[in-house]
Structure formats: C-alpha cells, structure tokens
Design a protein around this ligand. Structure first.
Ligand code: GLV
Ligand code: MN
Ligand code: MN
Length: 400
C-alpha cells in the first residue's frame, strides 16, 4: 500500500464503509444479507479484495469462515480480530460489518505507525452468525469448534425448503467438509471481536468504547401448533380446531412469564400454513427467543411455556452463559485507559470461541439509541473511528 498518514486508516475505514453500505440494502433501508445469498457472496468477495489490497493471505476454512493473515499462522498461534458480514432480516448496517471493516482499518493503523507485530495477525469473517436463514446462529463458529453437529447443520432448511447442504453445493462448497477444524483452531491464539453495542450501556457511561464482561445465556425454541384447516366462513366456532388460539395465548404468556422470571422472551418469527385470510390454519410455527442473566430462569420460562402451549417444542439452539477471560478483559480495558466493562444480552462468535476454550474478548462501540437488529441501528463516525483506534491499540498490546 502507499504511505500511511495519521488519518489514512480512518479515511480507509470511511471508504470501506461506503463500499459495503449498499450491498444487500432493501427498499425499506434495512439489510438482507442472509448467509450464502448474492449479497453475502458479494461481501465475501469484498473481504478477499480488501485482504488482497493489504497483501494478507486469505484462506476459507472447511466451514466457510474467511481468514486473512498478516504473517504465517502456521509459525505460531495468532492474534485474530473480525466479526461477520451477514445480517438479520431488515437489520442494520453495523451489526457484524463494523467489526470486519474496523479490523482492516486497525491493521492499516498499525502499519501507519510502523508496527511489526511479533505474532501473526488475522482478520476473520465468520459465516452465518445471525442464523437468519437456517435458524441456528453462529453456524460458522459452532461448526469450527465442533459445537454444531455437521450432519444436523447439513439438514437445516431455509424458508424455501433448501437445505444448508444444497445451498453450500450451489455456492461451490462441499457439505462433506463441515466439522470441527483443528488446524484452523490452532491458528487462533486469541480472538477479539469489535461490535456495535446493542444497548445503551456506553451512553450511560458516557464512553465511546467499552469491553465485554459476559454474554447472557440464550436460546431459540420452535413451537409447532397443529390444528385442522377449514373454511373461515362456514365452520362454526364450536367446530374449529384453530392452532392460532393456543399460539396467541402462548405469546401473551411468554411476556407475562418473562416478567415473573426476570428474563426476556420474544416471538419474532411466525409461519402460518396455509396462510390464507379465509382459511383456518392447519399449523402455526412460532420461534421463541429467550435470554436472561441466569440459565435456570431461562430454562424455567421455557418449561412453563412448553407445559402450557399444547405444541411440539424443539430447542434449535442453546448458548450457555459466557464469562469472558477476566485477565484478558482487564488487560484490554487497562490498555484502553480503563474503559467501561459491561455484559450483553446479544450472541456473538466471540462467545462461541470463548466457550470452546479460545481466549476471547470483545470491544463495544457506543450506539446512541441502543437500537439494533433494525435499520435504525447506528454509531457515530467519530465513535467508529475511536473503535478502530481502540482495536489497533488492543492488537498491538496482544501482539507484543
Ligand atoms: C445475534 O445478534 C443475537 O444476539 O441473536
Ligand atoms: Mn446480530
Ligand atoms: Mn453481530
């Protein structure tokens, strides 16, 4: 690359941000970047190009995660940063891409300062973090660490009825390759994910950046309510077997029980079959997302709903509490001048890696409204730049 100036890396951050801004943007201003969609493939290509511009060697691992290396991770385990490029449906611009764009910009910042890292430095892009398409979040990092069974992953089905195996084959990848990847894991000595904050903790602390302490336990459950399809006009109320009614009762109970158990519960996705305005449904499928500070309270909520719903219930994913490595967390917070340390209710690949024994940490960037998983998700440019500077500082510290 050409000579760096003090502001060069921030200009590069702005340029990269503009380059990805329109990829997968829908007409309502949100993003649709499902894993392995055209938008996702375009972003993966963008990742390769940015790595190439910096002479970073790109590898795609067995599970579709991308790695760009400065130095040879075969020589000794590296320091890795990065995040994901897929999004929730009608999601915001920042959840995921901020961590990947900031990773490249932080490398630029280090080079600007003439830093020669004493360890290999990697940028990671994890595949299918949100699980928007196949239902299970953090598919790339779960497969990498062996938490998700490859056979189960292959059979996950999207709304069109295509399995992950079909989709991988169509993208030129081999479903047979999926699974725990010891070689890739050996390359990762430590992982730091920068992410937009998905709450207002940093606003309350009046700080542009912070460090994560923990990820609250969370999971997703599918409730299938079955009934009998029939005519909406000719079927007497007494003769109906309408699954919409127990579904509606379950949604209301979820809210009420969440308050009692001190957790949060969300039904954000529903599928009604056949989905006709003039037919009683045959089936309602609803997805419950439940999270809380205590695993036992989340489990108690789900047990209560399962008992009351009269539905078939399947746990599609469960992520236990993650307490990030305290020494690493404190080292990073100290290197950043004593920034706030705060927990989050959002899931992340860093949490999956941490649970698998990879020393991991997270840097959060202030979100002025706290809104996330929405087109309104935002971070001020100045705070994004502060995030890049913080990440560069952290990488330098860890490479030392
Ligand atoms: C991912 O962002 C999640 O918390 O579901
Ligand atoms: Mn997210
Ligand atoms: Mn994310």
């Amino acid at each position: 690359m050409g000579p760096f100036t003090r502001v060069g890396c921030m200009r590069r951050f702005d340029g990269m941000w503009r380059a990805v801004a329109d990829v997968g943007r829908d007409r309502r201003g949100g993003y649709a970047r499902d894993a392995w969609s055209a938008a996702d493939l375009e972003l993966r290509e963008w990742f390769r190009q940015e790595a190439g511009l910096r002479d970073l060697a790109v590898r795609e691992d067995r599970n579709g995660n991308l790695w760009a290396w400065w130095g040879d991770p075969g020589s000794r385990p590296g320091v890795v940063t990065g995040s994901h490029l897929d999004s929730v449906r009608q999601g915001g611009a920042f959840d995921g891409p901020l961590g990947v764009v900031s990773a490249f910009a932080a490398i630029d910042a280090l080079r600007e300062r003439g830093v020669r890292p004493g360890r290999p430095l990697g940028v990671a892009c994890f595949t299918d973090e949100e699980g928007a398409r196949f239902g299970v979040p953090c598919v790339g990092s779960r497969l990498l660490t062996g938490v998700l069974d490859p056979a189960r992953a292959c059979g996950l089905t999207d709304d069109e009825g295509d399995t992950l195996a079909d989709v991988l084959r169509a993208a030129g990848r081999s479903p047979q390759a999926l699974g725990r990847d010891e070689e890739t894991l050996r390359h990762v000595g430590v992982f730091v994910e920068l992410h937009v904050e998905q709450g207002k903790g940093l606003v309350d602390e009046d700080a542009a950046v912070g460090v994560a302490s923990a990820i609250r336990p969370h999971g997703r459950w599918r409730f299938d309510f079955r009934g009998r399809a029939d005519h909406a006009g000719t079927t007497l109320l007494a003769d109906r077997d309408d699954p919409m009614l127990p579904f509606a009762r379950t949604v209301l109970l979820a809210r009420e029980a969440a308050e009692r158990h001190g957790v949060v519960a969300t039904v954000g996705k529903v599928r009604v079959e056949p989905g006709s305005a003039n037919a009683i449904p045959a089936r309602v499928s609803a997805w419950l997302d439940a999270r809380g500070p205590e695993e036992s309270a989340v489990r108690a909520l789900v047990a209560e709903l399962t008992g009351a719903a009269g539905a078939e219930v399947e746990c599609e994913s469960w992520t236990p509490v993650v307490d990030f490595d305290a020494a690493l967390r404190d080292r990073l917070a100290g290197a950043l001048g004593g920034v706030p340390v705060l927990p989050t209710g959002a899931g992340h690949d860093a949490g999956v890696l941490a649970s698998a024994g990879v020393p991991s940490a997270m840097v959060f960037v202030r979100n002025p409204t706290g809104i996330s998983h929405s087109p309104e998700e935002y971070a001020e440019p100045g705070d994004c730049h502060a995030g890049v500077a913080a990440l560069a500082r952290v990488l330098e510290e860890l490479c030392d």
